[in-house]
Design a protein around this ligand. Structure first.
Ligand SMILES: Nc1ncnc2c1ncn2[C@@H]1O[C@H](COP(=O)(O)OP(=O)(O)OP(=O)(O)O)[C@@H](O)[C@H]1O
Ligand SMILES: [Mg+2]
Length: 246
């Protein structure tokens, strides 16, 4: 059996003539926070969509906990312990904050008798307890990001995929969500895959980075190696303002 919690080999996805993900290999050990870096259109979200069953790969293998999850529907993959958030927040409109979280807890992984108490506990973990009864469409952007995370946690994941959790947030909110991600990692022993463009916070959170450009892995390493990697600088960091890394 593989040593890796997630083991992706030679995965490919084409959209017509566009090769969005090309021969990507990705190995993640239990307990790691691995960052996925790359310019707009590099294939990061497509990679998440492939791992979570939202779109099927054309080629390649995706193993989670030693078993193939390739081609499984999203809910089956969630039931095996892989949860995600979306680049654009997608709350269940018309439902309150706590109802959104309760929906996430309906799968077979959750055996708690009192789902309401469990949902409240999750909301307090992400800092939303006081807004439990608020209609989800009334939340600020930062709170929507928290709700997305709570809803993913409600499925009791082993692996959490976060697609740009800082997008659209101001610096205080970024710091607060960043602290939340760190807390989830240490307290819940979650393994995390993180896509982010906010480089300073990203590099502080992740233990290892996989950099993509035009769907291909162009570099892999610890943050210090990645920020000075010529191909990453050429494809990505060169286009950032110097303050982005300060
Ligand atoms: N369903 C789809 N049909 C056709 N093309 C798609 C589809 N999804 C993504 N693409 C294309 O695949 C490429 C990779 O897109 P993707 O969303 O994965 O990029 P990304 O790295 O997440 O970028 P960003 O940082 O802007 O979110 C882009 O050129 C995008 O237009
Ligand atoms: Mg994306």
């Amino acid at each position: 059996m593989s040593d890796y919690l997630l083991d992706v080999k030679q995965i490919n996805k084409r959209f017509g003539g566009l090769h969005a993900v090309r021969d990507v290999n990705l190995q993640v050990r239990r307990g790691e926070i691995v960052g996925i870096l790359g310019p707009n259109g590099a294939g990061k979200t497509t990679l998440f969509n492939l791992l979570t069953g939202f779109i099927p790969p054309d080629e390649g293998t995706v193993n989670f906990q030693g078993r193939s999850i390739r081609g499984l529907k999203p809910h089956k993959i969630v039931n095996l312990g892989v949860a995600r958030t979306f680049q654009l927040c997608r709350p269940f409109v018309g439902m309150s904050v706590i109802e959104n979280v309760l929906v996430g807890s309906l799968g077979p992984r959750v055996s708690d008798v009192d789902l309401g108490a469990r949902a409240m506990h999750l909301l307090s973990e992400v800092g939303l307890a006081e807004k439990a009864d608020t209609p989800s469409e009334l939340l600020s952007y930062g709170d929507l990001r928290r709700l997305e995370i709570a809803r993913a946690l409600a499925t009791d994941p082993e692996l959490l995929l976060l697609d740009e959790p800082f997008a659209g947030l101001g610096s205080a909110e970024i710091e607060s969500i960043s602290a939340l991600i760190r807390k989830l990692h240490t307290e819940k022993n979650l393994t995390i895959l993180l896509i982010e463009h906010k480089l300073r916070e990203f590099m502080q959170l992740v233990s290892r980075v996989v950099a993509l450009d035009f769907g291909e892995v162009i570099a892999e390493g610890v943050p210090a190696e990645i920020v000075s990697h010529p191909r990453v600088i050429e494809a990505y960091i060169g286009k950032q303002t110097p303050e982005a890394l300060a």
